[in-house]
Write a protein that binds this ligand. Structure first.
Ligand code: SAM
Ligand code: SF4
Length: 324
């Protein structure tokens, strides 16, 4: 579907849980958030019913997210079922890797089209500081397992926090050694992200070039999103940047988000959208649901205003509740 600003909306992020087995400093409070009750979370049959409607309105690619999506029972079966919905061409997953080692074979069999693994450091102690969990080895095993499945495209996502000891540059080594793309995501001032300065693309790129020599901007596209990529000589994978702050990409934004409690969000920064769970559960017909989604997409804001203070409709949820 084309929105009011001429953007083609074909990508949906579905958060299937607000729970997580890590507590990343920029995403969640130490004690976690009060979880939404089970009955408030969309059931898988409801997600599938909505996906059919989204697909009729032009959604082709889906990313499963959370909280940590793999903590929800049956997540891989849902992925398999979503792949069968007519019109859906790609279903991918973003995960913190904690349960990847044990899930990768099943994900492969389900036909997963790609995995994004969030990993902010290769240092065990720093991992503990960032995630508040001593689970570095477990995530490394997940990473190794995923690298072993050459058929599944793998991207590593790192959020440079501007925190002492993090050293985001060391992640780039993975793209040199393995056929995986490493992407740096600029910290967004949402929820706990507001507490961190982050690093800009320019700063990191300069450091990367100092270490690895000149690079070339990759002219093609990779995946569904707003990332742009550079090629370094001798690297098997590319280095990407998702720079919502310094390279605002709202004019080509193709995405909408379904939260785990069934709210359709049309922009990361605003709370605007529609409560689809309410409509689903009050027995609304397919036509009513189609109309509601169409109207919400038409009203998708033109752009985020991260650098300005928003007075109305600013998103009050934290990132683990939205799904990134
Ligand atoms: N638990 C999964 C994971 O970590 O990949 C999925 C959910 S997580 C909210 C999705 C992505 O959002 C992660 O890559 C995370 O690093 C990123 N994220 C969380 N808070 C952020 C912030 N304030 N700015 C930029 N990215 C953020
Ligand atoms: Fe959990 Fe992902 Fe948020 Fe970290 S970024 S706390 S892994 S939801």
């Amino acid at each position: 579907m084309i929105d009011s600003y001429g953007r083609k909306i074909d990508y949906l992020r579905i958060s299937i849980t607000d729970r997580c087995n890590l507590r990343c400093l920029y995403c969640m409070p130490e004690d976690g958030v009060e979880s939404v009750g089970h009955e408030e979370i969309l059931r898988y049959d409801e997600i599938l019913r909505l996906t059919d409607i989204f697909s009729q309105l032009g959604i082709k690619k889906i990313k499963i997210t959370g909280g940590e999506p793999l903590v929800r029972k049956g997540a891989v079966s849902l992925i398999k079922d979503l792949k069968q919905v007519p019109g859906i061409s790609k279903v991918t997953l973003t995960t913190n890797g904690m349960l990847l080692e044990q899930s990768i074979q099943e994900l492969y069999e389900a036909g997963i089209d790609g995995i994004n693994l969030s990993l902010d450091t290769l240092n065990r102690d720093v991992f503990y500081k960032i995630t508040r969990r001593d689970s570095f080895e477990q995530v490394m095993k997940g990473l190794e397992a995923a690298i072993g499945y050459k058929e599944i495209p793998l991207k590593i996502n790192c959020v440079p926090m501007g925190m002492e000891g993090q050293n985001p540059l060391e992640l780039a080594e993975l793209a040199r050694k393995y056929p995986v793309h490493v992407r740096y995501i600029e910290m967004m001032p949402i929820g706990f992200g507001k507490k961190f300065a982050g690093c800009t693309e320019e700063e990191l790129l300069k450091e990367l070039q100092k270490k690895y020599g000149e690079c070339r901007l990759f002219s093609g596209t990779l995946g569904n999103g707003p990332g742009h990529y550079y090629e370094f000589s001798g690297f098997q994978g590319k280095i990407g940047f998702i720079s919502a702050m310094t390279h605002k990409f709202c004019s080509s934004c193709n995405r909408i988000r379904l939260t785990s409690n069934g709210y359709l969000k049309t922009c990361l920064q605003y709370d605007v959208g529609v409560d689809l769970k309410k409509l689903l559960r009050n027995g609304s017909s397919k036509e009513v649901l189609l109309q509601a989604v169409e109207t919400a997409i038409k009203e998708k804001p033109s752009a985020h205003q991260f650098t300005e203070a928003l007075e109305d409709h600013a998103e009050q949820h934290i990132m683990s509740q939205i799904g990134g």
